[in-house]
Design a protein. Structure first.
Length: 125
């Protein structure tokens, strides 16, 4: 479902729709009918993967979540776990969802960052 009114107030940015449609290339590591997981173009860790819903349905960010999104939100985390295992992240991994300007969100299509392959710091920057 489009949410152009909301998006009009958000930072101008590409969405991940073109990646979903394969109009711009990405390195896909997992795909099914609901989600796509692909390597981040500017990795912040040896393993850095983005997991997104294929259908945005208003989820420009987590703060836009509504009750109808509960299933896909849980599914994204489940797939993150599967991909972490697939990537061999047996010593741990970090999940990040940036929301809004203060968090440094730059793409307004909900995405889960899966980071691993190095020791993570806390607190995050
Ligand atoms: P965020 O800052 O949380 O919105 O994360 C957006 C992420 O998307 C950043 O880590 C970018 O490096 C990544 N990114 C932007 N464009 C692409 C692309 N075409 N392919 C893969 N990752 C991308």
């Amino acid at each position: 479902m489009a949410d152009s009114e909301t998006e009009a107030t958000e930072a101008p940015t590409m969405s991940f729709d073109k990646i979903v449609k394969k109009e711009i290339p990405s390195t896909v590591v997992y795909e099914d009918d609901k989600v796509l997981a692909f390597r981040d173009i500017a990795p912040q860790a040896p393993t850095h993967i983005l997991i997104i819903p294929k259908v945005k349905d208003g989820l420009s960010g987590l703060s836009k979540a509504e009750e109808r999104h509960v299933e896909i939100l849980g599914y994204l985390l489940y797939i993150a776990k599967l991909v972490a295992k697939q990537e061999g992240l047996v010593d741990g991994f970090r999940i990040v969802i940036n929301d809004g300007d203060d968090a440094g969100q730059s793409v307004y299509h909900l995405h889960v960052h899966l980071l691993g392959g190095r020791q993570m710091n806390w607190p995050p920057g």
